[in-house]
Design a protein around this ligand. Structure first.
Ligand code: NDP
Ligand code: 2IT
Length: 451
């Protein structure tokens, strides 16, 4: 397999990308990974190379950056920065979440938007890719402050989005509460009730299973990977990071399938509960995180579990690891620790949680490794189904949506096998997802001319 270091096209392409996007290290990382997978494929298919498809895909169609002024409860003026990256609309309207977190910057949102294009293509649904957000930190803010921020953010964003143009959703720091405030302001400004956001409440156009979809979808995907080795979640010990939307519903589905989840985390540390986080304990986590908005440390106090401040859970022995917090949260040493402790499967609920040298460790050891753009595509898939239901002015049952989600995750798995199976039978899901996601978008771009 050709790698960037021994391909003149690859080296020149990456050098140009880094020079044109200085300092955006996460964006460089995401493009580098995809390019490694695509080099041979592009050489074998000169039509993509001649039309400079990869060069065009790594340049956003449009980027919007704007001021978000708002007033806190003390009456003090606050200023944040808002963004929307409209990355690629070859196969459908821009689609992807909004992240509210103090670390948000242009490079992080560009990496997320770039990955989203491939992910959305893999879902089989007609969605282009985008991402947005703000450096606003919802933690320790009152509901009133979050509402005023969301209203100000949407006052500008509303000119750039629409149900056939760009359809944002949630991501880190953006859940049901924020989507509600954003939707209310959009409706007021544009005077239209449309499916302009997904992740809405079920009383006002939201889809059943959307809150569960990313976590459930990742477990369905990991289950498909396990099946290729005649294995399942039954009696597996599972480590999970994060304790937000994705981590919570991942825990629920793993437990339902007979696995035992022993860790959860937040940005302050992780908890280790050797007895397993069962349905009752998960209810406590959901109340703690979604209503009280407290710290995971409180779990350890309540249930007498271990709490490890400022640490990540990867030192804990497990069979399956499901990172569900943030990017670059597993490094090379942690990947080695996982494997030395007997881990056979890593499936990513978060976007790009493993550093490139951690991924190298997984592939070298031939464990089952599901990269985020395939494994966590269940969230945006049910967003796509929410858009369909909004267009039809109908809503489907839990069973119907869950059935679609399962089928989509199986289809994504098959696509990864189709493009990622190597001669010795090993499935390289990284190559499979990158090539599988690329083809549909590249063909659409070729058909649409120089756009
Ligand atoms: P939430 O905001 O609900 O939860 C995020 C969790 O991750 C929290 O426990 C948070 O801890 C922790 N976390 C966030 N940033 C950091 C950090 N820098 N270091 C350590 N811990 C951190 O977000 P989601 O559950 O929605 O998202 C989690 C991941 O899943 C993200 O990578 C997101 O991009 C990805 N994803 C989400 C989808 C969705 O549908 N929501 C779809 C596909 C992927 P704390 O509370 O302390 O901040
Ligand atoms: O990273 C992701 O796929 C998401 N945050 C969900 C995007 C969406 O539009 O539902």
């Amino acid at each position: 397999m050709t790698s960037i270091d021994n391909s003149s096209f690859g080296k020149e392409f990456m050098n140009n990308l880094i020079n044109r996007n200085p300092g955006e290290v996460e964006f460089h990382q995401a493009v580098h990974e995809v390019t490694e997978s695509l080099l041979d494929f592009i050489e074998d298919n000169p039509k993509y190379k001649n039309a400079k498809i990869l060069e065009r895909m790594s340049e956003a169609e449009r980027i919007i950056i704007f001021r978000v002024p708002w007033q806190d409860d003390k009456g003090e003026v606050q200023i944040n920065r808002g963004y929307r990256i409209e990355m690629n609309s070859a196969i459908g309207p821009y689609k992807g979440g909004l992240r509210f977190h103090p670390t948000v910057n242009l490079g992080i949102l560009k990496f997320l938007a770039f990955e989203q294009v491939f992910k959305n293509s893999l879902t089989t649904l007609p969605m282009g890719g985008g991402k947005g957000g703000s450096d606003f930190d919802p933690k320790q803010k009152t509901d009133g402050e979050v509402m005023r921020f969301c209203q100000s953010f949407m006052t500008e964003l509303s000119r750039h989005i629409g149900s056939n143009t760009d359809v944002p959703a949630g991501d880190i720091g953006v859940g049901g509460r924020e989507i509600g405030f954003l939707f209310g302001q959009y409706k007021r400004i544009r005077n239209e009730f449309t499916g302009v956001l997904t992740g809405k409440g079920r009383e006002w156009g939201g889809s059943l299973i959307r809150p569960e979809a990313t976590g459930y979808g990742n477990v369905y995907f990991a289950d498909e990977m396990l099946k290729t080795r005649n294995d399942s979640f039954k009696d597996k010990t599972v480590t999970i990071s994060g304790s937000g939307n994705v981590a919570q519903f991942t825990t629920e589905k793993v437990t339902e399938l007979g696995g035992k989840v022993v860790t959860l985390s937040d940005s302050s540390g992780f908890i280790y509960d050797a007895d397993g986080i069962d349905a009752e304990k998960l209810k406590f986590v959901m109340r703690l995180k979604n209503i009280k908005r407290g710290r995971i440390e409180e779990y350890a106090k309540k249930f007498g579990a271990e709490y490890h401040p400022n640490k990540r859970p990867w030192r804990i022995k497990c069979d399956v690891a499901l990172p569900s917090a943030t990017q670059n949260e597993i490094n090379k040493e942690e990947a080695e620790l996982l494997i030395n402790n007997g881990c056979i499967c890593v499936s990513e609920g978060a976007n790009m949680p493993s550093t490139p040298d951690a991924v190298e460790v997984y592939l070298k050891n031939k464990i089952l490794y599901g990269p985020g753009k395939a494994a966590n595509a269940g969230g945006v898939s049910v967003s796509g189904l929410e858009m369909s239901q909004n267009s039809l002015r109908m809503s489907w049952t839990r069973e119907e949506v869950d059935g679609h989600l399962k089928r989509i995750m199986q289809d994504i798995h098959s696509t990864c096998v189709k493009y990622g199976k190597t001669k010795d039978g090993f499935i390289n899901y990284v190559d499979g997802a990158n090539i599988g996601g690329f083809v549909k978008v590249a063909e659409a771009m070729l058909a649409q001319g120089l756009v």
